[in-house]
Design a protein around this ligand. Structure first.
Ligand SMILES: [Zn+2]
Length: 342
């Protein structure tokens, strides 16, 4: 029997030990290469695009460059997701390696212990990595002529704890006994291809998202839920009734179910509670992990680092208008800055 990819040596090309054995200048060079791949790590000024910059380190040796053309200073992480960073660069590389080596996700408490960070730093750092992963899904359209995509939804959040005494417990299936925080993650997954998640209040709101993200000519597979009925207007749709079978006459949504298997295990086994404003980020993380499950861990680390360097400043943890990362406020308390700050 063929060996499973994850058990093969091709799956592990980078170990945490290798990251920690790196010297400061090696970690710096590794980040320079992912930030400026077109010049093989030679600095490019983010202000004017000039390539003539010289090393102008801070007093304590932290890397910094000064552009000869516009005489402005910049660092390796200026204008990226890791702008204004406090940790040494090797710490970020280690955090990405730890994050990628996990299968379902990494809890902020565990990362805190692994790297000696505060819980808030670990929480914000992990969310920035999720934001980097989401960069790949921006505007992604899956499927096409001759291709197959699967659609399904799964509900997360809004848990109502049952009362201690049996006579005080309520039937939590009724809307009046719910708290309105339960949301649905809708996944579109191309068979043998990529996936895109969205977070909505109900499956019936998903038709605009599905129309925008599945290319015309794609054969769409969905389950028997009535909320997918309007897909027939635009796509050739195959339905599977899960009360009869999981796969019948070529119709199944098992690729989508695999995605939910990973996300549900991340919820139950790693994070315990994923809901509210952060649910989309967790959904995107699981989607990225699912799409890259057959990629070696070294390549995964490179890709996440490159995405973090490519993405501008964090939108979740800095103000959407003035792009200021607030010190001593919500982002430091580990709360999202989805609200404007300026
Ligand atoms: Zn410049």
């Amino acid at each position: 029997m063929a060996q499973h990819f994850l058990l093969s040596s091709a799956a592990k090309t980078l170990s945490l030990a290798q990251v920690f054995q790196m010297k400061d200048d090696e970690a710096e060079m590794a980040f320079r290469r992912v930030r400026w791949p077109e010049t093989n790590g030679e600095p490019v000024c983010p202000h004017c695009g000039g390539t003539d910059a010289y090393d102008c380190r801070r007093l304590k040796g932290a890397p910094r460059f000064r552009c000869r053309a516009c005489v402005k200073d910049f660092t390796i992480t200026s204008g990226t997701l890791f702008a204004n960073h406090k940790l040494p660069l090797r710490g970020y590389l280690a955090a990405i390696a730890v994050f990628c080596n996990e299968v379902k996700g990494k809890s902020a408490l565990a990362l805190r212990s692994d790297l000696g960070l505060s819980y808030k730093s670990a929480f914000v750092l992990l969310h920035k990595l999720r934001e980097a992963m989401a960069e790949e899904m921006k505007g992604r359209v899956v499927g096409g002529e001759g291709k197959t995509a699967e659609v399904d939804g799964g509900y997360f959040g809004g848990y109502v704890k049952p009362a201690n005494l049996k006579e005080k417990r309520v039937d939590r299936r009724f809307a009046r006994n719910q708290n309105g925080k339960r949301k649905v993650v809708v996944i579109i997954r191309e068979r043998g291809g990529n996936s895109v998640p969205a977070v909505l209040h109900s499956e019936s709101q998903a038709s605009a998202f599905i129309r925008a993200r599945i290319a015309k000519g794609t054969v769409v597979h969905a389950d028997e839920a009535g909320s997918w009925d309007n897909l027939h207007e635009r796509f050739e749709v195959k339905r599977i009734n899960h009360q009869e079978a999981y796969s019948l006459d070529g119709a199944c949504t098992n690729w989508a179910e695999e995605y939910f298997s990973r996300l549900r295990r991340a919820e139950v086994g790693i994070h315990h509670h994923i809901a509210g404003a952060y649910l989309l980020r967790y959904a995107q993380e699981s989607s990225w992990r699912e799409d890259n499950r057959r990629t070696s861990n070294g390549d995964q680390v490179n890709r996440v680092a490159a995405l973090a360097m490519k993405r501008g400043k964090s939108v979740d943890f800095s103000c959407g208008v003035c792009a200021i990362i607030p010190q001593n406020s919500a982002s430091r308390r580990g709360q999202s800055m989805l609200a404007q700050y300026c």
